[in-house]
Design a protein around this ligand. Structure first.
Ligand code: HEC
Length: 155
């Protein structure tokens, strides 16, 4: 009788724990802009392209003007919560404002790498790629995500 009560009470807890375990194994490893998703050499190329195609409006220091948004500072919270394909697609299709889509995919990836560097995100060993599947796995977090807890306990 007592035991049955205990068992019955445990079922939802066990089901919840199993659910969490499944969810964890199914979620692909999430990477963010803090994990080194571009290289220094790429950002350097991006800097040159930025000076040629973007600085005229957004400024050499990316601070923008009254009408033109900055690409540093409030740029961070504005894009935070998205994945990098959103920024890449925006830059690729809407910019430069006077001739949208004029730059190729490689050039736009280099420019995004430069924007990441300018916003203080660390460089890594692998270049930022041009495929949206890969870009979708990289989250744009304005604040460095907390280290994941080792075990998820059912509350
Ligand atoms: C002719 C001026 C001009 C040029 C050149 C230009 N931009 Fe822009 N950019 C703008 C304006 C104006 C906006 C705001 C557009 C809007 O709000 O619809 C903007 C918006 C943006 C945004 C969105 C910013 C935000 O947080 O809202 C990004 C990113 C951006 N530009 C990147 C670039 C890049 C990269 C280049 C060079 C490849 C570039 N721009 C060239 C004028 C320009």
């Amino acid at each position: 009788m007592r035991l049955r009560t205990i068992l019955a009470a445990s079922i939802p807890v066990l089901a919840l724990a199993a659910g969490i375990a499944i969810a964890q194994t199914r979620t692909p490893a999430r990477i963010s802009v803090w994990d080194g998703v571009y290289t220094d050499a790429q950002a350097e190329r991006g800097h040159t392209l930025y000076m040629q195609n973007c600085s005229r409006c957004h400024g050499a220091d990316l601070s923008g003007t009254y009408e033109i948004p900055p690409l540093v500072g409030r740029f961070m919270p504005y894009w935070s919560g998205s994945t990098l394909d959103a920024l890449f697609d925006y830059v690729s299709t809407a910019m430069p404002l006077d001739r949208p889509g004029a730059l190729g995919a490689g050039a736009n990836a280099d420019i995004v790498a430069f924007l990441l560097k300018a916003n203080g995100f660390p460089a890594g060993a692998k270049e930022f790629g041009t495929t949206s599947e890969a870009q979708k796995t990289i989250s744009f977090d304005a604040v460095r995500p907390m280290q994941k807890k080792k075990s998820a306990k059912a509350r």
